[in-house]
Design a protein around this ligand. Structure first.
Ligand SMILES: [Zn+2]
Length: 126
């Protein structure tokens, strides 16, 4: 639930005021509302929430930034495995081996699907 209900226009107006006053817009975004943070006289502030923001460069944040990259490499590995297993499946004549390979492919595919879901979730939250 959001306490501050500034309209988009208000936020934009404040941002331009801050910029005019010598504030600097940063690439970082407010963890509460997702608007860009501003550096004003050495202090990080969110103009939308109108309060100082402490940016923690800890594992949580860098971990989050890293997540899409990790997902990409995970997907690469998983696709490679699926390819490998598909080849094995094609050659396999043993029923239990076929079943086991198919099950493994199935779980790899659900890893891919989850990875995609996480990607979408990241995009939506910003
Ligand atoms: Zn904010």
């Amino acid at each position: 639930m959001r306490v501050v209900a500034l309209s988009r226009d208000d936020v934009v107006k404040r941002m331009s005021e801050v910029l005019k006053a010598g504030g600097k817009m940063l690439a970082q975004t407010c963890p509460a509302c997702g608007n860009p943070l501003f550096e004003i006289r050495g202090e990080l502030r969110c103009v939308a929430c109108d309060k100082p923001v402490v940016v923690v460069r800890d594992q949580a944040e860098s971990g989050r930034a890293l997540l899409p990259i990790v997902l990409t490499s995970l997907e690469g590995v998983v696709v490679g495995k699926i390819d490998e297993l598909t080849g094995r499946l094609a050659e396999s004549v043993d029923l239990s081996e076929i079943e086991e390979t198919a099950r493994t492919i199935d779980s790899l595919l659900s890893v891919l699907r989850k990875s995609e879901e996480i990607r979408l979730a990241i995009k939506q939250t910003g």
